[in-house]
Design a protein around this ligand. Structure first.
Ligand code: SF4
Length: 251
C-alpha cells in the first residue's frame, strides 16, 4: 500500500480524515464541483433520477425535458395514467417500468401531503425527510439522499455506483455483500466517514472521476488525480490507457 502524502504513522484512525480531505481537494481542483445538471426542486429531482435509471446522461436529460414538456405542472402529471406518462419518456428506455414508478410515487406523495409536491420536506430535519423518502415506492437511500443533497442542500452523501466503486478502490470501505452491491449499512458507514462539509463536493466529483478515469472496467490510474492516495483495491493488472503499463499495487 502506498502511503498518502502527508501521512503520519500514528494510526489508521488518525490518517483517515486527512486522506479524505486531500482526495476531496484534488478532485475539486480537477472537476470544480460540477453538479451533473441535478435540480433544485425536490419533486423534479426525484423524477429526474427515475428518468436516469439505466440510461445514458445525454438521453435522460432529454427524456426528463420531454416529460416536463408533456406535463408542465406536477398536477398535470399526477392526473395522468401511467401509459400517458410512458410516451414522452420512451426514448430513455424502460418507459413502462419508469412510468409506473412515477405514477406510484405521485400517488404516495399526494396521499401524504395532499398535493404532488415535496416542498414540505424543507421543514423536516434530515432524518425525517430521509425516512419519508425511503418510505416511497422504490426509493432507497441513494435516491433519497440525492434529493436531500441536490434539491434541499442537506449535507448527506448519496452512494451511487461511481462513489461505491471508487471508495472501495481507495480502501475507504469494504464490501459486505457477496454480490458486491452497496448495502444500506455500507452507505451509512461510508457517509459517516466523510465530513459533512465535503459530502456534496466529493459526491459530484467522484461521479465525474468515475465517468472519465476510474471506470468500472478500465481504471486509468496513470492519469488519475487521486492516484497518490489510492490503494487500488480490487483492481487487477489492467494496462493503463496512457502508458500501457500495469497497475501493480493491490490492497
Ligand atoms: S488510482 Fe486508479 S483505481 Fe484509484 S481512483 Fe484513480 S483510477 Fe481509480
Amino acid at each position: 500500500m502506498q502511503l498518502a502524502p502527508g501521512h503520519n504513522c500514528d494510526s489508521a484512525r488518525s490518517r483517515y480524515p486527512a486522506t479524505v480531505r486531500e482526495v476531496a481537494a484534488a478532485l475539486a481542483a480537477r472537476y470544480a464541483d460540477f453538479d451533473h445538471y441535478n435540480l433544485k426542486d425536490p419533486l423534479d429531482e426525484l423524477l429526474f433520477i427515475i428518468c436516469s435509471t439505466k440510461t445514458a446522461e445525454s438521453s435522460y436529460r432529454a427524456t426528463f425535458g420531454q416529460l416536463k414538456e408533456a406535463f408542465p405542472t406536477p398536477r398535470a402529471l399526477a392526473e395522468a395514467p401511467a401509459e400517458y406518462i410512458a410516451k414522452p419518456i420512451i426514448a430513455g428506455g424502460l418507459s413502462g417500468k419508469k412510468s409506473r414508478s412515477i405514477r406510484a410515487l405521485l400517488d404516495a406523495i399526494t396521499a401524504r401531503f395532499g398535493a404532488p409536491t415535496l416542498e414540505p420536506l424543507r421543514d423536516m430535519n434530515d432524518r425525517d425527510a430521509e425516512a419519508f423518502l425511503t418510505g416511497l415506492p422504490e426509493v432507497g437511500k441513494k435516491i433519497a439522499r440525492c434529493v436531500l443533497l441536490y434539491a434541499l442542500g442537506r449535507q448527506v452523501f448519496p452512494v451511487d455506483t461511481h462513489c461505491w466503486r471508487i471508495a472501495r478502490r481507495l480502501g475507504w470501505v469494504r464490501r459486505t455483500q457477496k454480490d458486491g452491491h452497496c448495502a444500506p449499512r455500507d452507505a451509512d458507514r461510508l457517509q459517516a466517514r466523510i465530513p459533512p462539509e465535503l459530502r456534496f463536493s466529493l459526491h459530484v466529483n467522484l461521479i465525474s472521476l468515475g465517468r472519465e478515469i476510474c471506470t468500472a472496467r478500465t481504471p486509468h490510474c496513470a492519469a488519475c488525480p487521486i492516484d497518490p492516495w489510492c490503494r487500488r483495491i480490487g483492481t487487477h493488472a489492467i494496462p493503463t490507457k496512457s502508458t500501457g503499463s500495469s497497475a501493480a499495487r493491490f490492497g
